[in-house]
Design a protein around this ligand. Structure first.
Ligand SMILES: [Zn+2]
Length: 429
């Protein structure tokens, strides 16, 4: 199930997107209080924006805009809104996203073709190991996508290894949708309860929220750890509420596929100009076909690299490599640019580390400092040295590392009201 446009040539995809772009601009100009004003203030004549290059004349939309003018982004009357979703905003208050019936249909289509990208078909059953409520979009998208594809779905929700295994053994799902680190918990439970990991019927896991690959697409430490005990195929998916679109890996595992009928993707430098091919930049998106809250040139904050050669799976669409990091979390440390995920990768390599938290702050000179607090039974100087050496080998620099009690680390990792554990505390703001 590959949409025709995804097999078309780059030129055909571009022409197709330019038609969609014109429709989107027209729609925003008629229905979006925010963009109507934005076009006027920035002297934008939408009739002059005809190509994907022309789009660069329109200033970017930021997370601050969304936070500050949240309601002005909504293009439909309240009676048309079916579902409300929130995401964390830049200033603390959550940002609201509204979806109409057509938006839910678009979301279902998006997830269906994304699942299909990972090889999911009608004969498959998915076990959903993430939250469907709590105003999240993702869980609902997975449910709608499975329904559209005709696949079965078991809505177990997050956590509770016992219930997960009960469902796996009872209903024989073939795919899991999960945060990959949770698979380690499932493995541990299986080993403690004599569940045979080699005969579960699970073919693959679709991994959300955490990276499973290095920048060269090889499996990262977390993924290797999973596959060592449980040899299932791991697919990465990258998505966000703002995009309402997913980039899933196909069976070639060389980046998440772009769906040109759903989103325009630009990768921009600090001056909001496109980076050259092969460079890392900030993913900036324009949603296509969204009714309630379309976004135009929205800066996602995610640093990514694109790959443009046709894929062996038959799709000719652009692919996104693993997210290098959040732009806001970029750390300039001793002349080297670092992103937290690379540090997580190194720390996850040490089985002796029970838990950790990374703190980033400015020193008296105003430059970035990194302090990693580690809880471990082994609090020897040798372990500290080994960790620092590993950092130097992989990232060329070694941050400050110190031991802390597991209570202290856990208290930092689980602040009140946080929906998920915190690996990074950025005190630079
Ligand atoms: Zn592919």
């Amino acid at each position: 199930m590959i949409p025709e446009i995804e097999k078309a040539s780059a030129a055909e995809i571009k022409a197709f997107q330019e038609e969609k772009l014109k429709e989107t601009l027209q729609y925003l100009d008629e229905n979006s209080p925010f963009y109507k004003r934005f076009f006027k203030e920035n002297n934008i004549q939408i009739s002059e924006i005809k190509t994907l290059e022309d789009i660069q004349r329109i200033p970017v939309t930021t997370k601050d805009h969304l936070q500050q003018f949240n309601n002005d982004f909504i293009c439909v009357p309240k009676a048309e809104i079916i579902d409300y979703v929130t995401t964390s905003g830049t200033l603390g208050d959550p940002v609201t996203f509204a979806l109409t019936d057509a938006d839910l249909e678009r979301l279902a289509y998006n997830e269906a073709i994304s699942f299909a990208c990972c090889g999911v078909g009608k004969e498959d059953t998915l076990q959903l190991m993430t939250t469907m409520d709590r105003r999240f979009m993702a869980g609902l998208a997975y449910f709608l996508g499975a329904r559209k594809l005709g696949s079965g779905i078991i809505r177990v929700g997050s956590g509770i290894p016992e219930l997960q295994w009960d469902s796996i053994l009872k209903f024989k799902p073939t795919y899991l949708i999960t945060v990959p680190s949770f698979l380690l918990k499932l493995i541990e439970y299986a080993q403690q309860h004599e569940i045979d990991l080699q005969n579960t019927g699970i073919k693959a896991a679709i991994c959300i929220g955490e990276p499973i690959r290095e920048q060269d697409f090889s499996l990262n430490i977390l993924a290797k750890k999973i596959k060592k005990d449980w040899d299932i195929e791991l697919f990465s998916t990258y998505a966000s509420t703002e995009m309402s679109t997913a980039f899933n890996e196909c069976e070639m595992h060389n980046g998440g596929h772009h769906h040109p009928e759903l989103i325009i993707a630009e990768i921009l430098d600090d001056n909001n100009l496109p980076v050259s091919e092969g460079e890392v930049g900030e993913l900036t998106i324009t949603t296509l076909g969204v009714q309630a809250m379309p976004l135009l040139r929205f800066k996602t904050g995610d640093m990514v690299q694109s790959y443009n050669e046709p894929c062996e799976c038959g799709r000719k669409t652009m692919r996104l490599g693993p997210v290098v990091g959040r732009k806001k979390q970029m750390i300039k440390y001793k002349g080297t640019t670092l992103y937290p995920p690379a540090m997580y990768n190194i720390l996850n390599d040490f089985s002796g580390i029970e838990s950790y938290v990374i703190e980033i702050f400015h020193n008296e000179l105003g430059t970035d400092e990194i302090l990693i607090k580690i809880a471990s039974e082994n609090t020897s100087e040798e372990l500290l040295l080994e960790i620092k050496d590993h950092f130097r080998a992989k990232l060329r620099v070694a941050p400050k590392v110190e031991f802390a009690t597991s209570e202290e680390v856990e208290a930092l990792r689980f602040p009140p009201l946080s929906r998920k554990p915190v690996d990074l505390i950025d005190r630079r703001l």
